[in-house]
Write a new protein. Sequence first.
Length: 47
Amino acid sequence: MPITTTWALARAWYSDRLSPDWRRSTRDEISAVFTTLGLVGPAWSFG
């Protein structure tokens, strides 16, 4: 995975973790992040 994609995933995944309003992302939200970053295929699915 290119470092730019890794960085974009890290930002999307951890950017709000310290917020008092943080909540766990749903499967649909996580799937949308993966798809937006072009992370598709068996390794990136919940099926």
